[in-house]
Design a protein around this ligand. Sequence first.
Ligand SMILES: C[S@@+](CC[C@H](N)C(=O)[O-])C[C@H]1O[C@@H](n2cnc3c(N)ncnc32)[C@H](O)[C@@H]1O
Ligand code: SF4
Ligand code: SF4
Length: 326
Amino acid sequence: MTRLSAPDRVLSASDFKLESIDLYITSRCNRRCTYCFLPDAYFDRTRHMPPSTVAAIVAWASGSATEITVLGGEPALHPQFTAIVRDTAAAPVRVRTVTNGSRHFRAALPAVHEALSRVAVSLDAPSAAVVDRLRGRGAFTDAVATVDELRAAGVPFDLNCTVLADTVGLVPEMLAYAEASGAGRLNMHWFSPVGRGAEHAADQSVPAGAWRRQVLDVVAAYRPVRQSFTVDCQVAFDFPVPGADRGVCAVRDRTNLQFLPGGAVFSCGMLLEDEALAAYQWHDGRLIRRGGDTELARTATACTGCPLRPSDGGHQPICIYNRLAV
Ligand SMILES: C[S@@+](CC[C@H](N)C(=O)[O-])C[C@H]1O[C@@H](n2cnc3c(N)ncnc32)[C@H](O)[C@@H]1O
Ligand code: SF4
Ligand code: SF4
């Protein structure tokens, strides 16, 4: 039971510097990707965020955050996905969703496409064999079919690409593929080895040196032909590139909030695997700061670089929210 004794434990959105918040509306997913940062325990128990909770969080964040990102699990597997997207779009915020491209998302698309400001489709490589090995049979076909339908419906879309040891050699092809697909942006993530990723893909982390040579240098040299296409790539380590800032930590800086279906609220995506580490709790329509050994305690020390990730070959890891934009 959450104790609410100290008044400073109840926080308003103005206590944070939020551009966007993430709502994990469901734990249900049609896939079990080998590298997912969510743990098996997240998927083992089906939890859906009630639409009334979504509305209360959106009301809490409106006026601070200008964008709500709806994800999961696979967001379209929430039984009220359509109503959640449409009702949220009636608030003064943009609504974005992140999907693996499931057929459930395609089935919902005609009812939600006017309410969505953008959609991010997760696609890690321009190869059916590679994607299906990472995400399960049919994952590539699903993602491509969804991209085709988004393009036909005129919905702005991006591609999310998690770069792993098995896909890092395909980065040049992925850049060209994303641009040719009509995507507005290619978001490239360093694989965080947490959750299912720690259990099922521990050998898939791209080492710092390879990240520099095979990802950052390739992205920095990429010159899009289409003006409306950009690349947004995680910097990951303290390389001297634009976007790298050793001092950034989303937990300490209060720049990020991720609301899970059961009420846990995190600032750092690296820790979602253990809900006991959440800095905050959504409870009875209020955001409560939790005490004890949470992500707040673990990141409290002023330090340069991410306090949670080990250094690699002399390279200091930096916050996962540092981005190189091209
Ligand atoms: C957790 S998923 C939820 C939305 C939806 N199920 C999907 O896969 O697009 C959100 C994003 O996180 C990315 N992701 C998953 N595991 C990751 C990891 N270990 N490191 C970095 N990104 C990861 C996914 O590829 C996806 O783009
Ligand atoms: S990455 Fe997305 S699709 Fe894959 S298991 Fe995680 S939540 Fe499901
Ligand atoms: S990735 Fe590291 S630096 Fe960034 S919010 Fe998490 S703990 Fe802080």
